[in-house]
Design a protein around this ligand. Structure first.
Ligand code: ADP
Ligand code: MG
Length: 312
């Protein structure tokens, strides 16, 4: 029924048969594609070189260089990178479940258990980035958190298809993967940066000669991801972001002052433990903000571990 729309072809990308467009950014398109050599489905991010200035081109190469060093179940893997005269091609692990952003829109908001299931996976990936790789993502948001819906069971024969469900996602097996939403993966390392030398776990550069403001800067630079995680956590639980204003200037003011509230009635039934965790992430002073290890040790996160253990 759906007419296959014409897919573009790119010189240099013959190994991959583009199937459909999955997303687009300012300078790139992301396609679902068939890797003919490996016979597997992948995502290909095609970046148009000519629209980028030298700085932006260098950033793409940095994105690639950082992604190459990463291997974690909570992070989209970079399989391959190549370029032609007009494009960069990033061949990525495919996350078929789409953006967390779309899930929030679809479900309005998440239960505390489902929120925990999602944010713990994000946190484990962030812990890997911060503590093992010295990488700061710097663009954590629901558009860059993708799903991989593993636990699919085929619909029983003769079952009436769910007409509301336009995305053909199959049926999620209840109970598996925390309410059946699948694995979560962080994507888009376009703004990421490395701060620590992996071997010595010291700031980059010659340690003894690094100025104090740089040392201080780098100590707190990871906290930008923790702030973003606070925003994601808040948004998951109620369905709207902690900071919002139609005027950019007013919004900037609110963020700068850390001016947010647990708005009634939406927040009335959400546990005080969840609110406590958010309070420790959305604090303006980065030295007071939770680190990733403090986040993972918080009682609200730990409550999930005992709940899982209690299951038969
Ligand atoms: P940009 O820098 O333009 O934001 P992203 O890497 O975030 O580029 O990709 C843009 C969008 O493409 C994502 O928000 C997502 O919807 C989709 N996308 C990116 N990578 C993948 C992937 N590996 N699997 C599935 N969809 C993806
Ligand atoms: Mg993005």
């Amino acid at each position: 029924r759906q007419q296959k729309s014409k897919m573009p072809t790119y010189p240099g990308l013959e190994r991959y048969k583009l199937i459909e467009k999955m997303g687009d950014g300012a300078f790139s398109n992301v396609y679902k594609a068939h890797d003919l050599k490996m016979d597997r489905m992948v995502a290909v991010k095609v970046v148009r070189k000519f629209e980028l200035n030298a700085h932006q081109r260098a950033n793409i190469l940095k994105e690639v260089q950082i992604m190459r060093q990463l291997k974690h179940p909570g992070i989209v893997e970079l399989y391959d990178f190549s370029e032609s005269s007009e494009h960069y091609f990033l061949v990525l692990e495919l996350a078929l479940g789409g953006e967390l952003f779309h899930r929030i829109v679809k479900l309005t908001y998440f239960s505390e258990d489902l929120t925990r299931h999602v944010i713990v996976q994000v946190a484990q990936a962030v812990r890997y980035l911060h503590e093992e790789k010295g990488v700061i993502h710097r663009d954590i948001k629901p558009e860059n958190i993708l799903f991989e819906p593993i636990p699919l069971i085929p619909s029983p024969p003769g079952a009436k298809p769910d007409e509301d469900d336009k995305e053909d996602e199959g049926v999620f097996q209840p109970g598996i993967g925390g309410g059946g939403i699948g694995r979560v993966k962080i994507a888009d390392f376009g703004l990421s940066k490395v701060v620590w030398n992996e071997q010595t776990m010291t700031p980059c550069g010659t340690v003894g000669y690094t100025a104090p403001e740089i040392v201080k800067d780098e100590r707190y630079s990871k906290s930008v991801d923790m702030w973003a995680m606070g925003c994601v956590l808040y948004t998951l639980l109620c369905g709207f972001p902690p900071f919002y204003d139609e005027s950019i200037q007013a919004l900037t003011e609110k963020v700068a002052r850390g001016q947010y509230t647990f708005l009634s009635p939406w927040w009335d039934d959400i546990s005080s433990s969840a609110k406590d965790l958010i309070t420790h992430l959305l604090c303006v002073n980065p030295s007071e903000r939770y680190t990733i290890d403090q986040f993972l040790a918080h009682p609200w996160i730990k409550a999930g571990e005992t709940a899982v253990k209690a299951e038969p």
